[in-house]
Design a protein around this ligand. Structure first.
Ligand SMILES: Cc1cc2nc3c(=O)[nH]c(=O)nc-3n(C[C@H](O)[C@H](O)[C@H](O)COP(=O)(O)OP(=O)(O)OC[C@H]3O[C@@H](n4cnc5c(N)ncnc54)[C@H](O)[C@@H]3O)c2cc1C
Length: 395
């Protein structure tokens, strides 16, 4: 699988097109074929929430207005231009396996990079294991370590809901994971594909209300025809992982006068998923200690001789990784609309309908550490989304 992804794109267009990128992601896999069976095999088996619409013609409209806002939040994607870091090093007598720097794809890739990390750290190890961090990455790592039969203690400065992982939209898609202007190392390219593959499969076996994970239909909408085919770039390179994508003919969708690309994917709702993961860690005997590691001396002082570092942006200070930089993202939530089960992307903003609200977002501000919501950004997101949904007509 080729992962020389988007090297020709400059950074600005990459960030600008992150949402667009998701469109082309889907390809070939026959998933829609499966969906033509009533999505319902799974529903009958257990109350899986699938709710994929038969056609795009009669989609319930999202009611976008400032009066419907219930909260606006900001998060900092832990971005590393050369991509996430999964690597082992010795810090004195302690083996540290790094697993951080997932940018805008940390929910998506958490299981996959954690799988790579445990394969690097566990062979030959005897005794208990420490995991630093309790976001999506730390929790997936802790579960995999437990599944391999080891005792785990998580040490974290903050637990859910106070992590960046709680802010994530939760769409399964490895977006903004590295700088496409950088020449990726072959090692990273391999890790990226392996992590995406494992993560995709792992989430599929967790599509359950208990974890807040479900299949979701995505409509990417554009005022202009799509510039790239669904078989090129990042998305082309991930083809084997993603469901069938199709460009809907005009008349087969409600976004009058616009161009629509449809695909099916998963959404992982962090406010449900992260507590469920914490519970799983505890049920399997894991301990959780709220503690900040202030220095490498703190890390070396832990009783465990094997430590997985899943501290996200915290790795910049703790392990001196100067590459780490935030990509700020802002989300506005509207009153939940349970009848809306799909997602859209339009003009570099997106909408995901979740149980805790209709999420509108998609902003990417590189190097910005500001956690305060910005009113101009909010107004701009709302205006773009209102333009999209106000223009909807049944077909
Ligand atoms: C607006 C927005 C939307 C996003 N949407 C998506 C999406 O749709 N799909 C997707 O896949 N990803 C998305 N992301 C990206 C995703 O949120 C991150 O990649 C992911 O949360 C990173 O997980 P993590 O576990 O590495 O970091 P975090 O969630 O930040 O967890 C880090 C943990 O380490 C702890 N820690 C830090 N420093 C220390 C220390 N010194 N000592 C002890 N503990 C420490 C923290 O307290 C925390 O427990 C989005 C992000 C944002 C901001």
């Amino acid at each position: 699988m080729n992962v020389v992804i988007g090297r020709t794109m400059d950074r600005r267009s990459f960030l600008r097109n992150v949402n667009m990128a998701a469109v082309s992601l889907a390809a070939g896999g026959g998933f829609l074929g499966c969906l033509k069976r009533p999505v319902g095999a799974a529903i009958a088996a257990g109350a899986l929430q699938v709710n994929l619409p038969e056609t795009a013609c009669h989609l319930p409209r999202v009611r976008v207005s400032a009066e419907r806002e219930i909260r606006t939040v900001v998060g900092l994607r832990p971005f590393r231009p050369s991509g996430f870091r999964v690597a082992k090093e010795m810090v004195g007598e302690t083996a540290v396996v790094h697993n951080y720097g997932h940018g805008g794809g940390g929910i998506t890739l958490s299981w996959g990079t954690s799988k790579l990390a445990v394969e690097l750290g566990l062979p030959g190890h005897v005794g208990p294991v420490a995991v630093l961090g309790s976001g999506a990455v730390g929790l997936a790592t802790a579960r995999l370590v437990q599944e391999a039969g080891f005792q785990v203690t998580i040490y974290a400065k903050a637990l859910p809901p106070e992590t960046t992982s709680n802010i994530a939209g939760g769409q399964w898609f490895p977006a903004s994971v590295y700088d496409p202007d950088k020449i990726l190392t072959p090692e990273f390219s391999q890790q990226f594909v392996a992590a995406a593959q494992y993560g995709y499969r792992r989430y599929q076996i967790m599509t359950d209300p208990k974890y807040g994970i479900r299949w979701m239909r995505n409509y990417f909408v554009s005022d202009a025809p799509w510039r790239s085919s669904i078989n090129t770039g990042l998305f082309g390179s991930l083809q084997g992982l993603l469901p069938e994508v199709q460009d809907l003919p005009s008349g087969a969708h409600p976004f009058v006068g616009r161009f629509v690309r449809q695909f099916d994917g998963m959404i992982v709702e962090p406010p449900i998923y992260l507590p469920a993961m914490l519970t799983d860690v505890r049920i399997a005997g894991g301990k959780i200690v709220v503690r900040e590691m202030k220095s490498l001396t703190d890390v070396q002082g832990l009783p465990e001789r094997l430590v997985f570092n899943c501290t996200g942006l915290g790795s910049k200070a703790l392990f001196g990784d100067e590459e780490m930089t935030p990509i700020r993202g802002q989300l506005t939530f509207l009153v939940p609309q349970p009848e809306v089960t799909y997602a859209t992307s339009y003009e570099n903003t997106y909408m995901f309908s979740r149980r805790d609200g209709v999420l509108l977002g998609g902003t990417h501000e590189m190097g910005d550490w500001n956690l305060q919501p910005d009113m101009t950004t909010k107004a701009s997101i709302l205006a773009k989304q209102a333009k999209l949904f106000d223009g909807m007509r049944d077909c």
